[in-house]
Design a protein. Structure first.
Lengths: 339, 542
């Protein structure tokens, strides 16, 4: 009774001010991408098609919310970072399969769900940063991070951060759980400090001399090097991005991608939106604004490639890596990586 | 609420992993964090509250108000700020390097802010106002008679504090401390950023990385046990010493003047928490906000977010006050075990980590929402969409569930000071419970209501996890705007919004200070209230 009263009061207090009426020519996007990174794409889409974009930035729990909202959910497009989350969203049954010749042509087969449940829209690689001054080598394997020669010289953010979990899951996919546990122990023994902060802090710690190498996504260095603040630019310049790969493989890449929600009220616009995200114009926007790599081989990489060279993705399938995410996360706990 | 949590429970497959690899360390870290914060907030909160009520020293009036300011600072923002300032490339270490000619971080020792002690400091200096406010509210209404009698009997200042003021203030202290500890337990932003793996952070990663709500719920259950312990300790501390002071508006004891060095030291002691918990972070936010605004102007979304934040917080505050007063009155009038137990359940919302609460609320809210939508569609043939999550009502409901505990606790402790003789007298005179509440309890509990309203409003403005999960399309609050920038690793871009949270939090702080101004500050000779029923001892056991 108390609860129903509060519902009534709350509804009365706020009215339906924020409610989005179901009208044509709009598309509702639930995104786990930070709004500033994706907003330029929204604006370009509206300009090109006249379709209005309503968005909400939901981080964790996005999938649960869509599932709970069920048939009346206003969500049309779901944008997620990390292949594992896209795979999981499809498994949860909150997406629908889309067959679009445009999408099939724009997105390479290994970067989309075989049934059309989701499509990658950008690529990023997880690499090793190094001090220009104190590190001579220009290439490194992920396996080498456990080499005792780096003792007390490595920085990394929490092993439980999805970016790292994904890298560790890739390691599990390549070498199995036990070898990966050994590797994690080795990396932990090399750490200069307890895992904390974010990728940007890792770069800063390298500059400050806390450590000599660190693990991060390429785009943080891109952002630092192009920051309006001269100090930040200088930090970006003092760090180099090593050519990073698995032994005998390529770089660990991850994606952000999009899916059409199962009960999308504006399905046509939703497909149109995802198609736009993979168009030349939108792909170039993403590469230029956020230093990510386009998924389309035909799009010139622009800023990103100029800074870091062409991307050399590892051959492992993203879906396989996604399946090992749970194991990876448990390994991090087991070896006490973050403790 | 608790139903939602039980619904999350079950499935023992991950239990072993959680029990063996996650819990021991997470429990240890949580315990150390709680202990550290408890000591810090008690010392700072009680110490400053006693100084400003019992003594007169330079700047006392201003400091008494300023000491509340850190309450307006979200802990995660303070964590970002101090990492920014104290990190190796920050101004402090940069200055030291320039001064001593050190070249790299390896040349010298400097405390690491991203650590457990760092988290204790950050959380302690942000959360001590909970203790300060409740302690000060109680110190200031403590009957002057008691303190003056003690002084006449030759009690030294320390004895007076320890033997008279502190025991009398215990219920309030217990409440303030438990609020601060629950906030600590709840914190994700600051702990995670500072590299402390608390239970809450573990819940979060278990859920996020393993899609394992069950595992998360299991850790959450352990956490609820911790919460239960905190609440039980609070009850005990409060219940064991149930005093109701004289019902007459108590005359405040005359503060003793501190002169010279002692006065200066007192002022310094009271200024330090304000500087650490408020002034330094605020200064950095102002600097970043100004430089960004000069460069890019105020973004249009900012005003929208500000309006929405205020609307959500105001709606939730009204709702919480009404429900809180009802709960507190029920506990007082009915005095049954069941009612008391229900009240405990009502306050559990505050104890649960915001994310768990938000996910737990999703299902019931969405069920009601869908039922509503389907009913309306069946009746009118038009689909209205989801009304609760579509309108922000879901956010308000979440705030209400989450913050009811603060309000109920505060109002209850406020009401517990109203002598129960008054209820009895009123009842004898034929007044009904509703009238007693309206005519006696609410007017007398006004300071408590005001401070409860303040706490809820400011907390609602800062609230992140539930807002993030439950808000409608195109609706950002200031907190989610700040978070969106911080998630990209550029929290300075959110400085303007962060500053707005702080500034908007200041208005209710000032308002509350007026409403709850203790009698002593309004004039020494305030006449006794009309219906004072003096308890001769001034200490009627409940």
């Amino acid at each position: 009774m108390k609860l129903s009263k509060s519902f009534a009061l709350a509804a009365a207090a706020l009215g339906l001010a924020g409610a989005v009426p179901a009208m044509a020519a709009e598309v509702n996007v639930y995104t786990s991408r930070e709004p500033d990174l994706i907003k330029p794409v929204f604006e370009a889409f509206t300009k090109a098609t006249g379709v209005k974009v309503n968005a909400v930035f939901l981080q964790n729990g996005l999938e649960e919310r869509v599932r709970a909202e069920g048939q009346n959910s206003p969500a049309d497009v779901i944008v997620l970072v990390d292949a594992a989350r896209l795979v999981n969203a499809a498994d949860m049954g909150i997406t629908q399969n889309v067959s679009s010749p445009t999408l099939t042509a724009n997105v390479p087969a290994q970067l989309r769900d075989p049934n059309g449940a989701w499509f990658a829209t950008t690529l990023r690689s997880r690499v090793v940063y190094a001090s220009k001054e104190r590190v001579k080598q220009d290439a490194i394997t992920y396996e080498e991070l456990a080499d005792p020669k780096w003792k007390g010289r490595v920085c990394i953010r929490s092993g439980q951060h999805p970016y790292n979990v994904s890298l560790i899951a890739a390691m599990v996919t390549r070498h199995g759980a036990e070898k990966t546990a050994e590797w994690l122990k080795g990396v932990k023994a090399n750490l200069a400090k307890k895992p904390s902060g974010g990728d940007r802090e890792v770069a800063k710690d390298i500059l400050a001399g806390v450590c000599d190498i660190g693990v991060g996504n390429t785009y943080y260095v891109g952002l630092l090097r192009n920051d309006p603040d001269a100090g930040q630019r200088a930090w970006g310049e003092a760090v180099k991005v090593l050519d990073s790969s698995f032994a005998g493989g390529g770089a660990h890449v991850n994606i952000s991608g999009a899916a059409v929600a199962k009960y999308a009220p504006h399905k046509a616009e939703a497909v149109q939106f995802i198609e736009f995200m993979t168009s030349d114009a939108a792909q170039k926007l993403v590469a230029d604004v956020n230093y990510e790599y386009p998924v389309r081989a035909s799009v010139p990489d622009g800023n990103t490639e100029k800074l870091f060279g062409p991307i050399k993705p590892d051959s492992l399938s993203l879906a396989d890596i996604a399946r090992n995410r749970k194991t990876a996360s448990e390994l991090v706990d087991r070896v006490g990586f973050d403790n | 609420m608790s139903l939602a949590l039980i619904a999350l429970g079950g499935d023992a497959s991950t239990l072993e992993h959680v029990a063996r690899n996650v819990l021991p360390d997470a429990m240890a870290q949580t315990a150390m964090l709680l202990a550290g914060v408890a000591v810090l907030v008690s010392v700072v909160g009680v110490g400053t509250a006693w100084l400003v009520t019992a003594y007169r020293f330079p700047g006392r009036g201003a400091l008494a108000m300023a000491l509340i300011l850190p309450l307006a600072m979200p802990a995660y923002i303070v964590a970002y700020v101090y990492v920014e300032i104290l990190e190796p490339l920050g101004p402090v270490q940069g200055g030291l390097r320039a001064l001593f000619g050190w070249r790299s971080r390896a040349d010298y020792w400097f405390p690491e802010i991203r650590s457990l002690p760092g988290a204790v400091l950050v959380l302690g200096f942000v959360l001590y106002p909970y203790v300060y406010m409740t302690a000060r509210a109680l110190f200031s209404v403590q009957s002057a008679n008691l303190i003056e009698v003690a002084r006449t009997l030759g009690a030294r200042p320390w004895e007076l504090f320890r033997a008279v003021a502190l025991p009398l203030a215990r219920p309030a202290l217990a409440l303030g401390l438990s609020l601060a500890l629950l906030e600590t337990l709840n914190d994700i932003g600051a702990s995670e950023y500072l590299g402390v793996r608390t239970l809450t952070v573990s819940i979060y990663t278990t859920w996020v990385n393993r899609n394992s709500l069950e595992g998360a719920a299991q850790i959450a259950c352990v956490m609820l046990a911790v919460v239960a312990v905190i609440l039980w300790l609070e009850r005990r501390a409060r219940g064991a010493r149930g005093f109701t002071a004289s019902v007459k508006r108590p005359r405040q004891a005359t503060p003793l003047a501190l002169s010279g060095g002692a006065g200066f030291a007192a002022a310094l002691a009271c200024a330090l928490p304000v500087v650490v918990g408020f002034a330094i972070p605020a200064a950095l936010l102002v600097r970043e906000a100004v430089s960004r605004t000069l460069r890019k102007g105020v973004p249009a979304e900012f005003w929208h977010a500000l309006g929405l934040t205020l609307a959500y917080a105001a709606a939730a505050t009204c709702l919480v006050l009404v429900l809180g007063a009802v709960v507190a009155a029920a506990v007082r009038m009915v005095r049954g075990r069941k009612v008391a137990a229900l009240a405990r359940v009502a306050s559990l919302g505050y104890a649960m980590p915001g994310t768990v609460l938000a996910v737990g609320l999703l299902t019931p809210l969405a069920t009601v929402d869908n039922a509503l939508a389907n009913a309306i569609r069946a009746m009118t043939g038009v689909s209205p969409g989801l009304i609760l999550t579509g309108s922000g009502a879901a956010v308000v409901v979440a705030y209400t569930v989450r913050f009811l505990g603060i309000a109920a606790g505060g109002i209850e402790s406020g009401m517990s000071r109203i002598s129960t003789h008054m209820d009895d007298a009123a009842r004898t005179l034929g007044r009904r419970p509703g009238e007693i509440l309206r005519l006696i309890h609410l007017p007398l509990a006004r300071p408590a209501l005001a401070s409860a309203a303040l706490l809820v409003f400011v907390d609602a403005m800062k609230e992140l996890p539930a807002t993030l999960l439950l808000r409608p399309l195109n609706a950002d609050t200031l907190a989610t705007a700040v978070y969106a920038q911080a998630a990209r690793g550029v929290f300075e871009d959110g400085a303007l919004a962060a500053l707005a949270i702080v500034l908007a939090g200041l208005a209710p702080v000032l308002l509350m200070l007026r409403l709850s101004a203790p009698g002593g500050q309004r004039g020494p000779a305030e006449p006794a209230e009309a219906f004072a029923l003096e308890d001769p001892s001034g200490l009627a056991p409940r």
